[in-house]
Write a new protein. Structure first.
Length: 241
């Protein structure tokens, strides 16, 4: 994708747990205003009969359609890292961007990932370092929406979806990481997957250094403009080796 910085790209945006395309609702118009196309994938996170392969198939179809229009940048957020990376194995993309994402190993499920990377201990350590009580009960508003403006909070409840166990417990279907330039974007105030943990996972599993972006775990909703700047920058920076 050597000339992608000078061409209109299509960003295929994959949400995390729950699968609601609303997650990208602030990002899509900003990418379009910057001269690109954007497609937010709708994943059936609340359908108990759809496994991870069903998600991968939907993402792959979105990529297949988008590729007719030019370069494709596939972006996976949180659990979307599983379906986006697997889709990149079956449908060619120009770049893969991981945003606060779970980076799978072959055969690993979403459930297994949390323990394998030590998420619980890393989160306790980060909470303690930030002066917050790590023993406090898990609070969705504090962990996911601590930096959210009022309009996001007002919309969140109507767009919330549960994530069923079948997809989250499905093994990642790839045998190796896709051979595509991959960028890792990490929110500097992610209270679910602390930045230090994400950086460590990126180095250990992909041999890549992460790029810091502002906001929390849901920064597509809370800091969309800064995130879009970082996504567009991925088109022009040298591809990670």
């Amino acid at each position: 994708m050597s000339d992608s910085a000078d061409r209109q790209a299509t960003f295929v945006l994959v949400p995390g747990a729950g699968g609601s395309p609303w997650f990208w609702s602030r990002v899509v118009p900003l990418l379009e205003a910057a001269g690109h196309r954007a497609v937010a994938v709708d994943l059936p996170g609340d359908d108990p009969d759809v496994d991870l392969q069903g998600y991968v198939d939907r993402v792959a179809e979105a990529v297949r359609t988008a590729r007719d229009e030019g370069p494709v940048v596939l972006v996976g957020q949180s659990f979307g890292g599983f379906s986006a990376s697997a889709a990149a194995l079956v449908e060619p993309v120009d770049r893969l961007v991981l945003l606060n994402a779970m980076v799978p190993r072959p055969g690993e499920s979403g459930v297994q990932w949390w323990r394998a990377v030590g998420q619980a201990a890393a989160r306790r350590e980060a909470e303690s370092a930030a002066g917050r009580d790590p023993s406090r009960p898990f609070d969705v508003l504090e962990v996911f929406f601590h930096d959210a403006p009022d309009d996001v909070l007002a919309e969140a409840a109507e767009h919330d979806r549960e994530q069923t166990d079948l997809a989250f417990g499905s093994p990642w279907p790839g045998e190796h990481w896709p051979d595509v330039p991959t960028h890792v974007l990490v929110a500097d105030d992610d209270r679910l997957f602390p930045p230090a943990l994400q950086g460590q996972v990126a180095r250990e599993r992909l041999g890549l250094e992460a790029t810091s972006v502002p906001g929390g775990h849901l920064n597509a909703l809370t800091r969309p403009r800064e995130l879009v700047d970082a996504l567009v920058d991925c088109l022009s920076v040298a591809a990670p080796s």
